[in-house]
Design a protein around this ligand. Structure first.
Ligand SMILES: Cc1ncc(C[n+]2csc(CCOP(=O)(O)OP(=O)(O)O)c2C)c(N)n1
Length: 583
């Protein structure tokens, strides 16, 4: 046992000695993978890696977060705006378990993240050692791959695999758990080779041309085809290919929350957002199309509503890189396995150039109805009370739709996704699948590192902000430029909405008291402002955007405003309602 401890002391290397420690091998791997930022938090079981980092500080930027959940959400935000893999360091035990929410979030939203966790000495594994947790078993269902390293010689290959698996095919999170002895162990280092192949792992299924041909034939014979797209288009970097397909085929297209921004929101064929709080037309007309073409989306229940009432009349074409998504929720007529960057151009070459003026017109008619009943009042409210929609609308104007918009979870998230203008891809950063409150602030920090060329605006509720506001400390110390916009309705708004609509107005623990957020920000050296009136809104948003550095703006909005339209839980998409009277 002592020998393991003694290995920490590295003997003076002889000239030909190519030995390095496991910790150095970790950092060499990160350099070879061109990692430019690590989000992390140190502790006992990862101290050798942090010790080595001391000498790599000029080449690897490390952001010390205030909680490991902040580290992984930041890495997720970074991955989503940069298109690269986010990297996290955390210690064993509580450090590693604090990553669990983020891992689950990254898993369900297909976000590439590599988490390196320290672990107790190999000889202590299974002894309930101090800060020992079985990270591998805990994280197995919420990682694309995880692996425990107990011998330093394995580190280069394990990390090469980790980066390959996290970023290839359908991306996802990977955990590499490294015991302390392996971090300290010296070994003969033969360099780092990137991994681009693993036997038994096929990240991209082989495209079957006959399926693409069948899909094209179905599309060419359709009268009312309808495209629904998701994040797969963005993850596949297939925005151009997608636009070319849409513009040749002339088919109206709607997006899932995760797909927002793959083409500009105001594209003439973009007919709105799908799902529980999506637009009226795309939801209703899902049940009227004759061919439904799903691209890089996974038929989440928030998108489909009741499955036995979902698009039963339609033939379904599903393009997906992950064959396990085919027929998972919705029975597919033609499965088009493959990376949509490859399958879309093939499909485009086979579809006829068409337009569907009447069919597209129907979406526009439905949009007019939604405008009259919902959108106009949300964007231009008559009373004095501010709405979330008008805040987002003015923000669109001021940023000209070019901002990175990060949201937390709740009403503000739905309103933002409905009304934000996205001109660029990788702009809508949100926790779609897991719906993790507390995601917004740390994800915005990472998003700002991932793409510092654009303003990052984090739109967060008064509830969710209080879940991870300690990350203001990270902003204070490392100064990423993050504009924080708190839409304060003084309630846990989304839960309150459900209690009002479906639980007979019985408001049970949704009334949340907040601190003076501007004072809190001030405590962290961050400037701020808080406003309650419409006259102040535009100047305050300008002040926030023009401020040199991070800024917190709190806007008080209507306490009991609801988000509509809504597909009430348990109903079909065509049963979407425009107001509470229809429930
Ligand atoms: C970690 C976590 N806990 C609980 C929830 C359930 N939940 C979903 S939305 C919501 C209310 C959010 O309130 P707030 O942050 O104030 O945003 P608002 O809905 O008012 O915009 C809650 C509690 C969640 N999504 N995540």
């Amino acid at each position: 046992m002592e020998t393991l401890e003694l290995q920490a002391k590295k003997p003076a290397p002889s000239k030909k000695d190519t030995s390095i420690s496991g910790s150095e091998a970790v950092l060499e791997a990160l350099l070879a993978e061109q990692v430019d930022v690590i989000f992390g938090y140190p502790g006992g079981a990862i101290m050798p890696i942090y010790d080595a980092l001391y000498d790599y500080n000029d080449r690897l930027k490390h952001i010390l977060v205030r909680h490991e959940q902040g580290a992984i959400h930041a890495a997720q935000g970074y991955a989503r705006t940069s298109g690269k893999t986010g990297v996290v360091f955390a210690t064993s035990g509580p450090g590693a378990t604090n990553l669990v929410t983020g891992l689950a979030d990254a898993m369900i939203d297909s976000t590439p993240v590599v988490c390196i966790t320290g672990q107790v000495f190999a000889h202590l594994l299974g002894t309930d050692a101090f800060q020992e947790t079985d990270v591998i078993n805990i994280t197995t269902p919420i990682t694309k791959w995880n692996y425990q390293v107990t011998d330093a010689t394995e580190i280069p290959a394990a990390l090469a695999k980790a980066f390959y698996i996290a970023g290839s095919g359908r991306p996802g999170p990977v955990v590499i758990d490294i015991t302390k002895n392996a971090q300290m162990q010296l070994f003969q280092y033969a360099g780092y080779s990137k991994c681009n192949h693993i036997r038994s792992y096929r990240p991209k299924p082989i495209v079957r041309r006959e399926f693409v041909e069948q899909a094209a034939a179905l599309i060419n014979s359709a009268k009312k085809p309808f495209v629904i797209w998701g994040q797969g288009v963005i993850l596949g970097r297939a925005e151009k290919e997608f636009k070319a397909f849409l513009e040749k085929s002339g088919i109206p297209a709607a997006w899932t929350i995760m797909g927002a921004g793959a083409i500009p929101t105001d594209h003439p064929q973009s007919v709105g957002m799908l799902g529980m709080h999506g637009n009226y037309g795309p939801n209703v007309l899902t049940n009227e199309c004759d061919v439904l073409i799903a691209i890089g989306m996974r038929f989440d229940d928030r998108v489909t509503g009741r499955l036995d009432k979902y698009a039963k009349q339609a033939k379904v074409i599903h393009l997906d890189i992950d064959p396990s998504e085919i027929d998972k929720n919705v029975k597919t007529t033609v499965p088009v396995w493959g990376d949509c960057k490859e399958t879309l151009p093939l499909l485009t070459s086979l579809v006829e150039k068409k337009t569907y003026p009447e069919w597209l017109g129907l979406f526009n008619e439905y949009m007019e109805k939604e405008k009259t009943k919902v959108i106009n009042d949300e964007l231009n409210p008559k009373g004095d009370v501010m709405t979330m929609g008008e805040v987002v609308n003015i923000l669109n104007r001021l940023t000209e739709g070019n901002a990175i918009v990060v949201t937390d979870v709740g009403q503000h998230q739905m309103v933002t996704c409905r009304y934000a203008q996205f001109n660029k891809s990788n702009s809508n950063i949100t926790s779609g699948g897991l719906g993790t409150m507390g995601y917004g602030l740390p994800a915005a920090i990472g998003a700002a590192y991932g793409d510092p060329s654009r303003p990052t605006v984090a739109i967060i509720g008064d509830g969710g902000f209080q879940m991870t506001l300690q990350e203001l400390g990270t902003i204070m110390q490392f100064k990423p430029n993050v504009k924080i916009l708190i839409l304060n309705n003084q309630f846990l708004g989304m839960v309150r909405q459900w209690q009002q609509l479906f639980h007979g107005n019985r408001y049970s623990f949704v009334d949340i008291t907040s601190p003076d957020f501007v004072q809190v920000a001030k405590g962290f050296g961050i400037a701020g402002n808080s406003i309650k009136t419409r006259e102040e809104l535009e100047p305050a948003l300008k002040q926030m955007l023009d401020h040199d550095g991070s800024f917190l703006l709190e806007v008080f909005v209507g306490k009991e405003n609801n988000v509509f339209p809504m597909v009430p839980q348990g109903r079909g998409v065509a049963e979407i309602v425009l107001s509470s009277d229809e429930i």
